[in-house]
Design a protein around this ligand. Structure first.
Ligand code: FES
Length: 210
């Protein structure tokens, strides 16, 4: 077993295994770092940047879910700079996306003092033409999608190896989609429900909840 190393998180020094992420180390120490795209069962891909922390000596903030600890690292998870970035990310998400069925994100917004109206009523919204209802099991409402990528990963090699989901378009208009936007029954989807289970915003919803 590799020798443990010393690190400091929020002024608290302790030892951890040398190959854990900052997020894992923080959790071991009882320090809360908010996450969105991260899921214990999936490969961390650091697309949301909500988990960023300040690492002494690093010019930029570091995503805690993928950064591995180093000996004598000094990390701050709740500095003014970190709080400002988290708040801005959440405000941008709220300005563009329907978060009405995302209780975890709403709690994070309250925790980070984020103002959902910060960018005003003229902020561009992500809109994909309403609910897609094309199968007997679940609906897709991409106006609620924050592109955390969990559904794509769970459908692919992280769990299911079905590869029914990918994405269309680019930038602000990026949309999770089936290949060529075919209706779900015409894809490789086996309706396992894994994508619905990991969706944090209600963009994928079982019909039993409608
Ligand atoms: S939770 Fe780490 S980048 Fe999304």
């Amino acid at each position: 077993m590799p020798e443990k190393i010393w690190i400091t998180i929020d002024g608290k020094s302790f030892q951890v295994a040398p190959d854990v992420t900052v997020l894992e180390a923080a959790r071991e120490a009882g320090v809360h770092i908010p996450t969105l795209c991260f899921h214990e069962r999936l490969t961390a891909n650091a697309v949301c940047r909500l988990c960023v922390v300040e690492w002494r000596g690093s010019r930029t903030l570091v995503p805690a879910c993928v950064a591995t600890v180093r000996p004598n690292a000094v990390i701050r998870t709740n500095s003014p700079r970190v709080k400002k970035v988290r708040r801005t990310i959440l405000e941008m998400l709220a300005s563009a996306t329907d978060l009405s069925e995302a209780p975890e994100l709403q709690a994070m917004m309250a925790e980070c003092d984020a103002d959902p109206e910060r960018f005003g009523p003229d902020a561009k919204r992500r809109a994909f033409g309403g609910i897609k209802d094309d199968n007997p099991f679940y609906v897709r409402d991409y106006d609620k999608c924050v592109l955390c990528w969990r559904c794509v990963q769970v459908c692919a090699e992280d769990v299911q190896f079905t590869f029914a989901l990918g994405f269309n378009k680019r930038g602000f208009d990026t949309e999770i989609a089936t290949f060529f936007d075919h209706p779900m029954p015409e894809t490789t989807c086996v309706f396992c429900g894994n994508c619905v289970a990991v969706c944090p915003t209600g963009a994928l919803k079982p019909k039993t909840l409608l």
